[in-house]
Design a protein around this ligand. Structure first.
Ligand SMILES: O=C(O)CCC(=O)C(=O)O
Ligand SMILES: [Fe+2]
Length: 268
């Protein structure tokens, strides 16, 4: 991916968030699922405390928004970013398939990348950063996340009970393993817990993510650890589950930690 795409994407999302409230208010909504939505915390009404960020969110697949629905100030750039990020995700999925000894195209065949959500976050300056966070600790519920951040720090991952800074690297992208990948890989790949600290710098922290979710469920309506990975020596760690369970778990409360995984774990 050309570095210019990364810079242009960050600048375009920043430009969107820097617009006056009246302009952005046109996109305020909370009915999740399609189109374009501008809101602070996704889980504002389900959680006990708000965190310090605003997001422009777009459902890019299976049904993409009309191009005119995308705010003009970042339209061209986000369409471009979506193409590049999807290509990166497809390549990484091939490697991850191979890493499990599966055919290269196994994950693609399940058309994971057809269901995706693009989010442009802004973490504005927070005058009292000790009292809140930018985004609470969570794991991404989907399959794989491609993440681009600007030079303002704040992202942390949990590693062996410690929070480690994910320092911005110019030209770098971050890939998160989501809960779904952990489940279908029968625990081989682990979804990573992460959070963003409230931004104490005068300049906004900008990040742009694309979440790749599972698009295709099994014919019996369930999903679960891939059968070809299981054997008497490697029995399933997780039970099968339905899209409804997945959705209820995700939208039912605030973004929380590994709750779906905890719920369906049948063996440690
Ligand atoms: O802003 C970031 O770096 C992380 C955002 C994030 O974790 C998310 O949207 O799920
Ligand atoms: Fe996340």
């Amino acid at each position: 991916m050309p570095v210019s795409v990364l810079d242009e994407t960050v600048n375009a999302v920043k430009a969107f968030h820097e617009q006056p409230h009246e302009v952005k208010a046109k996109y305020y909504k909370r009915d999740e699922g399609k189109g374009v939505m501008y809101a602070s915390n996704n889980d504002l009404y389900r959680t006990t405390a708000a965190s310090w960020h605003d997001s422009l969110q777009m459902w890019m697949g299976p049904e993409p928004p009309n191009v005119e629905e995308i705010p003009e100030v970042c339209r061209e750039e986000l369409v471009e970013w979506d193409l590049h990020a999807t290509k990166v995700a497809d390549d990484v999925m091939e490697l991850l398939s191979e890493g499990l000894g599966l055919e290269r195209g196994r994950f693609k065949e399940l058309t994971f990348s057809d269901s995706r959500v693009l989010v442009g976050h802004c973490y504005p300056y927070c005058p009292q950063p000790d009292l809140t966070v930018g985004i609470k600790a969570h794991t991404d519920p989907g399959f794989l996340t491609v993440l681009l951040q600007n030079h303002v720090p704040g992202l942390q991952v949990r590693h062996e009970n410690e929070w480690l800074d994910v320092k911005p690297v110019p030209g770098g992208l971050i890939i998160n393993v989501g809960d779904f990948l952990q489940i279908i890989s029968n625990g081989e790949y682990k979804s990573v817990q992460h959070r963003v600290l409230a931004n104490s710098r005068k300049e906004s922290r900008i990040s742009i993510v694309v979440f790749f979710n599972l698009a295709k469920w099994r014919e019996d309506g369930y999903s679960g650890p891939l059968p070809e990975l299981l054997s008497p020596h490697n029995p399933p760690i997780y039970r099968d589950f339905t899209p409804q369970e997945f959705r209820e778990n995700f939208y039912g409360k605030g973004i929380d930690t590994k709750s779906l995984i905890q719920k369906i774990t049948i063996r440690n």
